[in-house]
Ligand binder design. Structure first.
Ligand code: NAD
Ligand code: IPM
Ligand code: MN
Length: 363
């Protein structure tokens, strides 16, 4: 078969460090399972601003359009925080998601055996945690009209939150489709007691649910959901919500697994193309030290095999290799209790490759 074209966008901060390990594991999986890759690197975010004065250069967009899948590290950092909105690193990420029409952001949250102690929550609360946040990614308050004005009473800033029925319906259908393949439970999260857009969301959710009689739909208000997710996390299966609520809830969910350095994501549209990136950011506080956890990026590579190449065998092998590596006791700095020795980003990536080469699928 023809090689898979992968656009690799390391970005800023720890981005290049974790992406290197992701690519390493991707290549190892390719060798073991017979994939050929054509890898093209592109600038994005602050590193693109520094070189090309544009956070999302046209050549990067072109690379991504031509790719079967995009692997991204992270963008942003204090160096660019005072830039005007159009020249901020984060703008590139939003632009890329929008340009590729990747409206469905899947953020799985699962607990790896042995990591109960890395979480700040009680082990008995974490038992059985395995849910998926389905976050709407190309609409809502991130993309509504925004402006600032000077008024006699001082500066005034506006962000608008707009959702069309079509946008809401396609993300809800995606959530129900996925729920049918999992635990058949959808929790739809909104703020329908206050927001018009949420009232539309809830109405569409009820209508879509009628087409999925085997899936159970529950509505939760977002504030309550934030609480229930910590109180009884194992009860959740698929959590579907709008853009900003999904951003916040998925960082909260990280604490159930032990570290934000563990959470991968897949951003999908109607086709096979996808953007794969960790949920976390560029972590400027630890960048350049070689200590970042590469697991979120490595698991994002697993999602690439699952959702863009429709190859669950390879996805499971990568996930299994991460599980085995953690089971061997290997930990990065974010996961160790004080006094225990931690692996560097690179050492951990090497361990995962070793485990992948030894990995035997369950019969
Ligand atoms: P962050 O996720 O970068 O970091 C939050 C905390 O988690 C920090 O203490 C960091 O050290 C730690 N952390 C994150 N990833 C880690 C990893 N792989 N291993 C170990 N520890 C890890 O969030 P922030 O500090 O709020 O944001 C920093 C910058 O990243 C900002 O400019 C923000 O806009 C950007 N950001 C980018 C993305 C993205 O590119 N997808 C996502 C979130 C934030
Ligand atoms: C994420 C990030 C981004 C978001 C930022 C960097 C624009 O927080 O991917 O979760 O809010 O979507
Ligand atoms: Mn976020």
């Amino acid at each position: 078969t023809r090689p898979k074209r992968i656009a690799v966008l390391p970005g800023d901060g720890i981005g290049p460090e974790i992406v290197e390990e992701g690519v390493k594991v991707m290549k190892a999986a390719g060798e073991r399972f017979g994939y050929h890759f054509e890898i093209d690197f592109g600038w994005i975010g602050g590193s693109a601003i520094d070189r090309l004065k544009n956070p999302l250069p046209q050549e990067t967009l072109t690379l991504c359009h031509q790719a079967d899948a995009v692997l991204l590290g992270a963008v942003g950092g204090p160096r660019w925080d005072q830039h005007p909105p159009a020249l901020r690193p984060e703008k590139a990420l939003l632009g890329l998601r929008k340009e590729l029409d990747l409206f469905a952001n899947l953020r799985p949250t699962t607990l790896f055996p042995g990591l109960e102690d890395s979480s700040t929550l009680k082990p008995e609360v974490l038992k059985g945690v395995d849910f998926l946040v389905v976050r709407e990614l190309t609409g809502g308050i991130y993309f509504g009209e925004k402006f600032t004005e000077d008024t006699p009473a001082g500066e005034k800033a506006t962000d608008t939150l707009v959702y069309s029925e079509t946008e809401v319906e396609r993300i809800l259908r995606r959530a129900f489709d996925i729920a049918q393949l999992r635990g058949k439970k959808v929790t739809s999260v909104d703020k329908a007691n206050v927001l018009e857009s949420s009232r539309l969301w809830r109405k569409v959710a009820d209508r879509v649910a009628k087409d999925y009689p085997d899936v159970e739909l529950t509505h939760l208000l977002v504030d309550n959901c934030a609480m229930q997710m910590i109180r009884r996390p194992a009860d959740f299966d698929v959590v579907v919500t709008e853009n900003m609520f999904g951003d916040i809830l998925s960082d909260e969910a990280a604490i159930l697994t032990g570290s934000i350095g563990l959470l991968p994501s897949a951003s999908l549209g109607e086709g096979h193309q996808g953007l794969y990136e960790p949920v976390h950011g560029s972590a400027p506080d630890i960048a350049g030290q070689g200590v970042a956890n590469p697991i979120a990026t490595i698991l994002s590579v697993a999602l690439m095999f699952r959702y863009s190449f429709h190859d669950d065998t390879v996805a499971k092998a990568i996930e299994g290799a991460v599980t085995d590596t953690l089971a061997s006791g290997a930990r990065t700095m974010d996961l160790v209790s004080t006094g225990r020795l931690a692996y560097s980003t690179e050492e951990f990536g090497d361990k995962v490759v070793e485990a992948l080469n030894k990995y035997q699928p369950d019969p």
